[in-house]
Design a protein around this ligand. Structure first.
Ligand code: EPZ
Length: 418
């Protein structure tokens, strides 16, 4: 079993460098197999979900040359099967990007259907609706999704809700679909823009990424490219909340401050200091912080992936804060663990009402999912006494060298594995 043992009570201070964006990298790796030429990707985060995705493309025959921890060369010219069998893929949601990439390139794909997960039901009906509109036949049997198209054509697609996954997936397929695809009510997250920029660097014709209407003119083929992934908005936001919660002072390097605006705004409302530089932000946690209300929304709203981390910070702010989760129905599971650490939180449906406390107390804690894990580590770093966190495999799926980065900021964290 793997654990983090954390001795709390030390404000985190110093500098930390943010890795490449996991959720951009997942879409980009899928897109990389849409050409027979070499694709060089830099600033890949060295985290488990990415390593699983790279293994999966290698399993179907792509050449994957890991040049160093953060650089990979991919060649999709040797793909020999369009059936992504890898059982482990079921556990990473982004396996659905193989549908868009393989359907776009080969008009055929078979992918294990991603089920629900720790944070909610996570249906993919909007992805399917998009592919069907483009002329694909979709069947689901034996737990897998089969997608096939005699010919794939551009289409006008209106998403019923803002969805990151379906926006990227349809964008992947539409890149090589003759004609014009228009995606309305598209997601605007920074990683949507990054995947679009990457595909454009391969010769795609995608306009409007970052707005709610994306227009794609299908091209005949894509070519090789060299591309560097943007910094991870959520990893940066996590360290911002750590500075606030531990009353620390962290200079967070290799970030795009614009992507962090919703988080910055809330930390400022709470009374913290946030300084923005070209590609850095510095957060100084105020000794006394104020309550505020937050509702998670698609970008540029407050990200659902930051909801647990800000809830930890708000638990230590004076007064009553209300956090409303509007994206995933099951994202307050970690609250029971926080309550065991002394938090005063009542959850009703998708709303958490938080009454500020002075300090957490250390406890034995079980991590329920990736972002909740980062939040519980933050609570343990602030807590009086020692905490032992199990289930940290979730954290390693999305945070690179989390314990090492925290230790370099003075956090007393030890990784143990038996
Ligand atoms: C992406 O998930 C991210 N994952 C998630 O990050 C993130 O929480 C989420 O976007 C929201 O920002 C990846 O990029 C791999 P959605 P995704 O489609 O694409 C509903 C993390 O911690 N919906 O934007 O699966 C859905 O149920 C992870 O890094 C449908 O109903 O999310 C949800 O309520 C966790 N039908 C909402 O839309 C669909 O076909 C938004 O989901 C698709 C989505």
């Amino acid at each position: 079993m793997e654990q983090y043992i954390i001795e709390g009570g030390t404000p985190l201070k110093g500098e930390v460098t943010i890795s490449g964006a996991k959720n951009a990298a997942l879409g980009i790796i899928a897109g990389a197999i849409m050409t027979d030429e070499d694709v060089l990707i830099e600033n890949i985060p060295n985290v488990n979900d990415i390593n699983v995705m790279l293994e999966a493309i290698s399993e179907i025959g792509a050449e994957v040359d890991r040049i160093d921890a953060h650089t990979v060369r991919i060649n999709g010219g040797s793909i020999k099967t369009l059936d992504v069998k890898d059982e482990y893929m079921r556990r990473i949601r982004a396996s659905y990007y193989f549908i868009g990439a393989l359907l776009g390139r080969y008009h055929n794909a078979c992918v294990p259907l991603p089920g629900g997960c720790e944070i909610g039901a996570r249906p993919i009906d909007q992805h399917i609706k998009g592919f069907r509109a483009m002329g694909a036949k979709i069947d689901i049997s034996g737990g897998s999704l089969y997608a096939k198209a005699e010919s794939l054509n551009g289409a006008h697609i209106y998403f019923d809700m803002v969805t990151v996954g379906a926006t990227i997936n349809v964008m992947l397929a539409a890149t090589l679909a003759p004609g014009k695809t228009i995606i309305e009510n598209a997601a605007r997250e920074p990683h949507i823009v990054d995947v679009a920029n990457f595909l454009n660097s391969m010769g795609a014709n995608i306009k409007g990424a970052g707005t709610d209407i994306i227009r794609i003119k299908g091209v005949n083929k894509l070519h090789g490219t060299e591309y560097s992934i943007i910094p991870d908005q959520i990893e940066a936001g996590t360290f911002m909340c750590m500075a606030a919660a531990t009353r620390g002072d962290i200079l967070i390097k290799n970030v795009i401050p614009k992507h962090l605006e919703s988080i910055t705004a809330k930390l400022l409302e709470m009374g913290n200091e946030v300084m923005e530089f070209d590609d850095e932000v510095r957060v100084i946690g105020a000794a006394s912080q104020r309550h505020t209300d937050i509702k998670t929304l698609p970008y540029p709203g407050f990200p659902t992936d930051m909801q647990p981390q800000i809830t930890v910070a708000l638990s230590l702010a004076e007064g009553i804060s209300v956090v409303t989760e509007s994206i995933f129905e099951n994202r307050f599971k970690y609250v029971d663990e926080l309550i065991r650490m002394g938090a005063s939180i009542r959850v009703e449906g998708n709303v958490a009402v938080i009454c500020g406390i002075k300090t957490f107390t250390g406890a034995a804690i079980s991590v329920p999912d990736l972002r909740a894990g980062a939040a519980l580590v933050t609570a343990a770093l602030q807590a009086k006494g020692r905490s032992a966190l199990e289930g940290i495999g979730f954290i390693k799926r999305g945070y690179e060298d989390f314990d090492k980065k925290i230790a370099s900021l003075g956090g007393k964290i030890t990784y143990i594995s038996d």
